[in-house]
Design a protein around this ligand. Structure first.
Ligand SMILES: C[S@@+](CC[C@H](N)C(=O)[O-])C[C@H]1O[C@@H](n2cnc3c(N)ncnc32)[C@H](O)[C@@H]1O
Length: 283
C-alpha cells in the first residue's frame, strides 16, 4: 500500500503539485477504503489490482488540474460531509457565516420555515436543519442535478423528511402566499467577464450557473430583492452572501426594493461577505 501511494506522491511532486503528499494519501485512503491509520498499519501489503486502478484514475485526473475535492466528490461544510456533482458548487468556508447568522435568527422561533435559493449541495439549509429539529426548509435551484445532490445530502444527514426541493428560477416554483421566517441565498455573483480570470480550479470545475452573476455580477440580487418581500413573514429576514466589493450596490438594491434593516457583516478575512435585510427595521 505504501509503495503505491508514494509512487503517486512522487509523480505529483514532479508535476509541481504543492500538496503532493497530502493529495496522494487522500486518494489512497479513498481508493483503498481506509483511514489514515489503516493506511500506515497496512503499509507493506500489496494493493489489489482493482484498487490500484482506482488510485491511478484519481491521480490522472489530479495531474490534469482537477481539484482533490472534485475528484473525491465530497466536501466538509459545518462539520458535515457534502456529496458533490458536476452541477454543484464546492461549498466554501465563508458561507458558514450565513449558517451562523441564520441560527441566531431562527433560534428564538418555534418551527421556523426556511427558503434557500440556489441551494447547490443544499449546504446552507441542511446545516441549519441539523441544528434545530423543529425547522423545515424548502430548497430551490435551476439545476435538477444540483437538487438531486441536495436531496442525497439531506437524507444522508437525517433531515430529509423536513427538506423539500423545488426546481425553477428563484421564487418561480414557490406557491403564491407561502411565507418564510428566513430566506437565505448564496447566489452566483461573479461578473461574467471576470470568470475568465478566476483560478483554473474554479473556472474550469465549478459550474458556470453557480458563478455567473451577469454583466455587473448583481443580476441575482435584483431578481431576489424584487420578490423576497412577498415571501417573507413580516418579521422575517433575508440573508444573502455577497462578493467583497458588492456591499454598497446590494444594499442599494435592497433598500430600493423596500427593505429597511439592512446590515452588512464581514468574514474572518475582514471582507464584506453577507447582508441581512428585514422588511421592518429592528427597533
Ligand atoms: C454560488 S452557487 C451556491 C450553492 C450553495 N448554496 C452554496 O452556498 O454552496 C449558486 C447556485 O444558484 C443556482 N442558480 C443559478 N441561477 C439560478 C436561478 N435563476 N434560480 C435558482 N437557482 C439558480 C446554481 O445552480 C447554484 O447551485
Amino acid at each position: 500500500m505504501g509503495a503505491a501511494w508514494r509512487a503517486i506522491r512522487d509523480l505529483f511532486r514532479r508535476a509541481g503539485i504543492d500538496t503532493a503528499e497530502l493529495d496522494a494519501r487522500l486518494f489512497a485512503e479513498a481508493a483503498f477504503g481506509m483511514d489514515r491509520l489503516e493506511l500506515v498499519n497496512r503499509e507493506r501489503e500489496l494493493v489489489p489490482a482493482e484498487q490500484l486502478k482506482v488510485l491511478e484514475g484519481y491521480a490522472a485526473r489530479r495531474l490534469k488540474g482537477e481539484p482533490v475535492v472534485r475528484i473525491l466528490g465530497e466536501k466538509e461544510f459545518w462539520g458535515l460531509s457534502f456529496r458533490l456533482n458536476a452541477a454543484t458548487l464546492v461549498p466554501r468556508p465563508e458561507t458558514e457565516l450565513l449558517v451562523e447568522r441564520g441560527l441566531e435568527i431562527i433560534g428564538p422561533l418555534d418551527g421556523a420555515r426556511i427558503l434557500d435559493l440556489g441551494t447547490g449541495t443544499g449546504c446552507i439549509p441542511i446545516a441549519l436543519l441539523t441544528e434545530y429539529s423543529d425547522v423545515t426548509a424548502v430548497a430551490v435551484d435551476l439545476s435538477a442535478e444540483a437538487l438531486e445532490m441536495a436531496r442525497f445530502n439531506a437524507n444522508r444527514h437525517g433531515v430529509g423528511d423536513r427538506f423539500t426541493t423545488l426546481k425553477g428560477s428563484w421564487f418561480d416554483p414557490i406557491e403564491p402566499g407561502a411565507r418564510f421566517d428566513l430566506i437565505t441565498s448564496n447566489p452566483p455573483y461573479i461578473e461574467t467577464a471576470e470568470i475568465a480570470t478566476l483560478m483554473p480550479e474554479v473556472r474550469e470545475h465549478d459550474p458556470r450557473l453557480a458563478l455567473d452573476g451577469g454583466a455587473d455580477g448583481l443580476a441575482a440580487y435584483r431578481a431576489i430583492a424584487a420578490e423576497a418581500g412577498l415571501f417573507l413573514k413580516p418579521e422575517g429576514a433575508l440573508l444573502l452572501e455577497i462578493g467583497a466589493s458588492q456591499a454598497g450596490a446590494v444594499h442599494d438594491i435592497l433598500v430600493g426594493a423596500g427593505f429597511a434593516g439592512v446590515e452588512i457583516a464581514r468574514d474572518l478575512a475582514g471582507l464584506d461577505r453577507m447582508i441581512t435585510a428585514r422588511l421592518v427595521a429592528a427597533p
